[in-house]
Design a protein around this ligand. Structure first.
Ligand code: NAP
Length: 309
């Protein structure tokens, strides 16, 4: 058990983020008898909790809902003694032997830190993007798709997320416009085949969004065709933005990161700072999937155990 003093409790392991990486680390840390704290400002499950279905995690032949998967992970981590506190992380002072995390719920102290804060949606930086957020512009098809029943929906992006979520939205929408800046999708062939053959979907190739427009609610999107530089208005009821992700590392100082802000680790999830590990989507890696996040979490936790020894 971690020592406690009159002033502060010092955890063996503080895990930042309760997605698949963070909660797997919590399961492994708990099973190793460590005193584990997990800080998370959203519901458990991380990004996958926004996904209607997790279809490619081994052991679930019929798939499983993202929310349910997150709840199961949380339950499993709690069974092994992890304490999970809802808190937003503001700052982390990670260079001493005892590391301090400043959060919306106060300060927490730990001997090791596992950063598993994942990523957030990338923004386009065009007019109307802030103003119509939650007023027709969404980042979560599972949460907001049903609001646009029988409507016209734009989905922006050409990767796996955009295509997968556009396919999900076909359940509700009368018409989907997939707006992609190139003439070829980035999504895997399996998804491409489905979207390109779907009767409700029209792909607007070589097209970018110039602005989101409307009154109280989003009403139309101004788009530009990059081939002929023509602009036009696309009337829509809703729009979903899936143009990639950015790492949640803004609170962290003095850890080696790449030019995009992803944390650079060894294969053992060690960062450039002793006692600080990173796991899941937040680190620079080849494949960002739930299964690789879980694997990262297990390795990070076992390395933290070794560090503490
Ligand atoms: P992504 O693969 O990075 O794709 C982002 C898409 O947005 C690309 O098509 C990109 O266009 C476009 N884009 C980026 N910046 C843009 C801008 N400023 N303006 C217009 N378009 C822009 O991101 P993602 O789809 O969120 O996927 C992230 C990771 O999660 C990937 O590794 C993906 O495989 C994984 N994922 C997997 C699944 C699954 O079911 N297995 C589901 C979702 C996500 P370009 O193509 O021109 O670069």
């Amino acid at each position: 058990m971690a020592p406690e003093t009159a002033e502060k409790k010092v955890y063996d392991m503080i895990i930042l983020g309760a997605g698949p990486a963070g909660l797997t680390a919590a399961i492994y840390g708990g099973r190793a008898n460590l005193d584990v704290l997990v800080l998370e400002h959203m519901i458990s499950g991380g990004e996958i909790a926004n996904s209607e279905r997790l279809d490619n995690y081994p052991g679930f032949p019929e798939g499983i809902s993202g929310v349910e998967f997150g709840q199961l992970l949380e339950k499993q981590a709690a069974r092994f003694g992890a304490e999970i506190i809802p808190a937003s992380i503001e700052e982390a002072d990670i260079h001493g032997e005892i590391k301090k995390v400043t959060s919306s719920m106060g300060n927490f102290y730990g001997r090791t830190i596992i950063v598993a804060t994942g990523t957030s949606p990338r923004l386009l930086g065009v007019p109307g993007e802030d103003a119509f957020r939650g007023r027709g512009l969404s980042f979560c098809a599972t949460c907001d798709g049903p609001f646009f029943r029988d409507g016209r929906i734009a989905v922006i992006g050409g990767g796996d997320s955009a295509v997968k979520e556009a396919l999900y939205l076909t359940r509700f929408a009368e018409k989907i416009f997939l707006i992609h800046r190139r003439d070829k999708l980035r999504a895997v062939p399996f998804l491409q085949k489905q979207i390109l053959n779907h009767p409700k979907v029209e792909v607007l190739w070589d097209t970018v969004v110039k602005s989101f427009d409307g009154g109280q609610q989003l009403e139309e999107i101004t788009i530009e065709n990059l081939k002929d530089s023509s602009t036009s208005s696309l009337p829509v009821d809703g729009a979903f933005l899936y143009v990639g992700r950015v790492p949640n590392t803004g609170f962290l100082k003095g850890v080696e990161m790449d030019s995009q802000g992803y944390i650079i680790t060894s294969e053992e999830m060690e960062t450039s700072v002793p006692g600080v590990f990173a796991a899941g989507d937040v680190r620079r890696k080849f494949l960002r999937q739930v299964v690789t996040a879980a694997a990262d979490g297990a390795i990070a936790a076992m390395m933290a155990v070794r560090f503490l020894e």
